[in-house]
Design a protein around this ligand. Structure first.
Ligand code: IMP
Ligand code: MG
Length: 194
């Protein structure tokens, strides 16, 4: 007997109502973002910290456009569960493995929304006495800010819509989409496969 598929998960592109940022737009912007970062840091070494899982794809592609010496670490945060809104208290899960003392830290995240996640991580990093801390996000939903926070490098400003793709998830799905898109409304409620 053939195996039965327990839960029907919609295929990625079919789940999108619209594409907000295309794969080509991302590629073009990342090249420029890499150049901006190189210009600011000059010949300095950068300690990049990716906020995973969301920033995995963005970080991997962006760092290939930066020619400085780079050390890379990751930090895991849980701020969303299966909902499309932030929880009040993002939590840091696990520790950094690189020392940050007197280092130039570049924190990389997928999206700046309420600002709670990045302001929490920045204040945590500041206690480790880095030489500098800067932040880089692929997307910025400026209209949603609940705490004052601006990133030093921003890929795209986007409207207040829940987006998925290129690392961004809904209930851990859709991270593998090569573009950024808006989920169809009926898929934005925690579905039975979550
Ligand atoms: P903040 O703490 O509200 O700024 O939330 C930042 C985190 O929430 C990001 O790192 C994302 O993981 C998640 N997030 C915010 N908006 C979206 C979205 O539209 N789609 C997917 N994840 C999002
Ligand atoms: Mg995230």
């Amino acid at each position: 007997m053939p195996p039965t598929i327990a839960k029907a998960v919609p295929s990625t592109y079919a789940a999108l109502e619209s594409v907000l940022v295309s794969e080509a737009d991302i590629k073009k912007r990342l090249k420029k973002l890499g150049a901006e970062i190189m210009e600011l840091y000059g010949e300095q070494e950068i300690t990049a910290i990716a906020v995973i899982n969301g920033a995995i794809l963005f970080t991997a592609d962006l760092l290939r456009h930066i020619d400085n010496p780079i050390r890379l670490d990751c930090i895991r945060i849980s701020s969303y569960r299966n909902e499309t809104r932030s929880t009040d208290k993002p939590q840091v899960l696990g520790n950094l493995s690189l020392d940050l003392d007197n280092r130039h830290v570049l924190l990389i995240d997928d999206i700046l929304d309420t600002g709670k996640t990045l302001s929490l991580i920045v204040s945590m990093i500041q206690k480790l006495h880095p030489a500098s801390v800067r932040t880089c996000v692929l997307l910025d939903k400026r209209g949603r800010r609940e705490v004052e926070f601006e990133a030093d490098f921003v890929g795209f400003q986007i409207p207040d819509k829940f987006v998925v793709g290129y690392g961004l998830d809904f209930a851990e799905r859709y991270r593998n989409l090569p573009c950024i898109g808006v989920l169809k409304p009926h898929l934005q409620n925690p579905p039975e496969w979550a």
